[in-house]
Design a protein around this ligand. Structure first.
Ligand code: ADP
Length: 501
């Protein structure tokens, strides 16, 4: 695949307009309005995209509805085969895709964007291989009855994704929904649509018209119109808890099933036997410092046993400050930039609040420099505050930036109580050599995903999703595909009808 005219960003002097994919064609918005996409590391425009609105949503949903009957009747393994070909195409273009992701998101190429491009191709490969698993059951009602279930697609799916891992999150909507026989209208995030459009180009080569439609535009315009569209039979949303509630309200009006993958404020609990370098590395990985902590799974509340509190924070400081902030496309860079001015201002606001609080101690980091190369982009410094309390704003709200709060504990029950004292429940991390303690904590923590002694990212096959206000439904897995993108039909057949003469 090469980036088409539709997705390739150009230099400012001849900034090209990227276009949306509706019914197999690359199109501008009906209104011809556009938005500008910026490189956040340089604060420079890199492309314009269509500002899609309700009229474009109508066109995309109509195309998806027209494509549905034929697509849903393609044999699942043939649909799977097409996904496997898309995976190959994406793999061939992985480096180009990774560079585009780094350019538009500010995520460092070496530590983040390459991994995202490869994992996105893997997602197509994983779901492509699962097409044969869209199986039903037979129910043993006796010899005179055949009762069985079918896994049927829902119809047109409306999906909305954020900017933090745009291509991966897009792949997680496209591959399982299409594998299961649905057609899709996907709304990309306004800040990071270019990689998603490039992935759409790889898909377009293999898919019939209208099976996949990708829109660009603002959340309140294109996103809201998609969520409210009467023809959409399923909503799948990844983003903030605040917008997730709006999506769920829109779904409630039409009794449309909804999957939500929302925010988090994930705890990382370090036991007294784990004051070691590999744990510090794991806590840094879990905090997603190399993604500017713009991750729903960031382990941003660090519960350190009081006996190791200062010693652990000392090691954390040395290792975190050795990470290099800078141009996301530079191979030497570990940490890139925050996505946009709004998020940057928000993150700085939290840091400023922490600095004002008398009983919180700044361990390292602080407000970003106002001069020098880093001031050219939205670069936030990894920052750690030590505090005795789990109930201040910085320990409760999702910051979506590199600000970690360290809180001491002495009693295991108290650590778990504090870990669970949050309306979020997405991820958690536990660090100890004592497997009994580790598993006790893993079972007691109210989160959809607990990692013991590691701080990695999701893998295909893992049922990923949140407890509490972190979401509803699961992604990344066979079960996630079956639960989120199919509906079960039961067919009951009487085998005891009288014979015809
Ligand atoms: P973030 O704060 O990470 O940008 P959001 O939840 O605001 O997360 O955005 C995630 C996605 O939701 C984006 O594609 C955005 O355009 C979309 N969005 C924002 N507001 C709405 C809305 N009112 N209705 C539908 N989609 C929306």
């Amino acid at each position: 695949m090469s980036v088409t005219e539709a997705a390739r960003p150009q230099a400012k002097s001849h900034l090209r307009q990227a276009r949306m994919l509706i019914d197999g064609d690359w199109v501008n918005s009906r209104s011809a309005a556009t938005l500008t996409v910026e490189n956040p590391a340089k604060r420079q425009p890199i492309a314009t995209i269509p500002r899609g609105d309700a009229a474009d949503v109508d066109a995309a949903v109509a195309a998806a509805a027209r494509a549905f009957p034929a697509w849903s009747r393609v044999a699942p393994r043939d649909r799977g085969r097409l996904l496997l070909r898309i995976a190959d195409k994406m793999e061939e273009a992985a480096e180009e895709l990774a560079r585009l992701i780094a350019l538009e998101t500010g995520n460092a190429l070496r530590t983040q964007a390459r991994g995202e491009a490869r994992l996105s191709a893997d997602i197509f490969r994983y779901f492509g291989g699962l097409a044969g698993e869209l199986k039903g059951e037979t129910i043993p009602l006796g010899e005179q009855v055949l009762s069985y279930t079918r896994r049927e697609p829902l119809g047109v799916v409306g999906a909305i994704i954020p900017w933090n891992a745009p291509v991966l999150l897009g792949a997680l909507k496209i591959a399982p929904s299409l594998c299961a026989g649905n057609t899709l209208v996907l709304k990309a995030a306004e800040d990071a649509p270019l990689g998603v459009l490039m992935m759409a180009e790889a898909c377009r080569e293999f898919l019939p018209r209208g099976v996949l439609n990708v829109l660009t535009g603002l959340g309140e315009e294109a996103g809201a119109a998609l969520a409210q569209h009467p023809t959409v039979r399923k909503l799948s949303f990844t983003g903030s808890t605040e917008v997730g509630k709006l999506i769920m309200r829109a779904a409630a009006d039409r009794i449309v099933p909804v999957s939500l993958e929302l925010g988090g404020k994930s705890p990382s609990i370090v036991y007294p036997d784990a004051d070691e370098d590999w744990v510090v590395d794991g806590v840094i990985a879990g905090m997603r410092f190399t993604r500017q902590s713009q991750s729903c799974t960031a382990g941003s509340r660090l519960f350190l046993h009081a006996d190791i509190f200062d010693s652990f924070l000392g090691k954390l400081q040395a290792k975190t400050q050795a990470l290099k902030l800078g141009d996301p496309l530079d191979e030497a860079t570990d940490i890139g930039s925050i996505i946009n001015e709004k998020q940057f201002t928000k993150v700085c606001g939290y840091v400023a609040d922490g600095l004002k609080r008398k009983d919180a101690r700044l361990v390292f980091g602080g407000l970003p420099p106002k001069e020098g190369p880093l001031s050219q982009g939205y670069f936030a410094l990894p920052t750690v505050f030590a505090d005795a309390s789990n109930d201040w704003r910085l320990a409760r709200e999702e910051i979506f930036g590199p600000v970690l709060v360290a809180i001491p504990w002495r009693d295991e029950d108290e650590a778990i109580r504090m870990a669970n004292d949050s309306h979020y429940g997405l991820a958690a991390y536990v660090w100890t050599h004592d497997i009994g303690s580790g598993l006790r904590a893993a079972h007691a923590i109210e989160s959809g995903w607990v990692q013991v002694n590691q701080g990695g990212g999701q893998s295909p096959g893992h049922s990923y999703g949140g407890y509490k206000q972190s979401g509803i439904g699961r992604e990344f897995s066979l079960e996630g595909m079956l639960d989120s993108f199919t509906q079960r039909k039961n067919v009951t057949v009487n085998l005891n009808t009288p014979r015809r003469a």
